[in-house]
Write a protein that binds this ligand. Structure first.
Ligand code: GAR
Length: 195
C-alpha cells in the first residue's frame, strides 16, 4: 500500500468542514491522506477543539513565514483551506504550488474573490437574487479564488431563505460532500506521483 499523503488543514472558525474531513477519514471515504496538523490563525477557533478531541496536533500561526517553515519541516504534502478566512500571500502559495486546495461557498466565478467569505457570500447571492448557488473546491494560487476548479456542486435557493439557512443547506448538500472527496482524490494523486 502507498504511504498516506500528509495533510495540514487550515481553519479560522467553527470547523464544520474540518469535521467533515475527520469523519471521512474515520468512515474510510479518505484513505489516501491523513490529517497530520490543524493550523488556525485564531487561537479561539472552535475548530482547534475539534482537532484536539480527535487527537490531531494543532498549531496557531503567528506569521506565514514561520508557518511555511513549520509545514515544510513536518513534511506536509497537501494544505487544505477549510474555512480559512484570510488571503494567503504569493510567497505562501508559491511555496506550495499545486499543493493547496480551498472550499468556497458559491459557484465560482460568482460571489468570490476578496471580501467574499463566510456568511457574506450567501448574503451576496440572496441580494443578487440568483436561484441556484453551491460550493466549489479549487486549487489556490496568488489570485483569490482564482485557481483551477476541482469540484463544484449546485444547491437551490428557496423562497424565504436567510443567509444562515442558505449557508447550512450549502454546507450539508455541497461543502461537506465535496471537500472530503477532493482531499481523497488529490491525496491519491500526490501519493501516486501524478501531481
Ligand atoms: C464555510 O462555508 C467555507 O466554505 C467558507 O467559510 C465557512 C467556514 O465554515 N469559506 C470561505 O468563505 C472561503 N472564502 P466552517 O469553519 O464551519 O468549515
Amino acid at each position: 500500500m502507498l504511504k498516506k499523503t500528509k495533510v495540514a488543514v487550515m481553519v479560522s472558525g467553527g470547523g464544520t468542514n474540518l469535521q467533515a474531513i475527520i469523519d471521512a477519514q474515520k468512515s474510510g471515504i479518505i484513505t489516501s491522506g491523513e490529517i497530520a496538523l490543524v493550523v488556525s490563525n485564531k487561537a479561539d477557533a472552535y475548530a482547534l477543539q475539534r482537532a484536539a478531541d480527535n487527537g490531531i496536533a494543532t498549531y496557531v500561526m503567528t506569521s506565514e513565514e514561520v508557518l511555511i517553515e513549520k509545514l515544510q519541516s513536518e513534511g506536509i504534502e497537501l494544505v487544505v483551506l477549510a474555512g480559512f478566512l484570510k488571503i494567503l500571500s504569493p510567497a505562501f502559495t508559491r511555496a506550495f504550488e499545486n499543493r493547496i486546495i480551498n472550499i468556497h461557498p458559491s459557484l465560482i466565478p460568482s460571489f468570490c474573490g476578496k471580501g467574499a467569505y463566510g456568511l457574506h457570500v450567501h448574503e451576496m447571492a440572496l441580494e443578487y437574487g440568483v436561484k441556484v448557488t453551491g460550493a466549489t473546491v479549487h486549487f489556490v494560487n496568488e489570485i483569490p479564488d482564482g485557481g483551477a476548479i476541482i469540484y463544484q456542486k449546485a444547491v437551490d435557493i428557496l423562497d424565504g431563505d436567510t443567509p444562515e439557512v442558505l449557508q447550512k443547506r450549502v454546507m450539508e448538500q455541497a461543502e461537506w460532500v465535496l471537500l472530503p472527496r477532493a482531499v481523497e482524490e488529490i491525496s491519491a494523486k500526490i501519493g501516486r506521483g501524478e501531481l
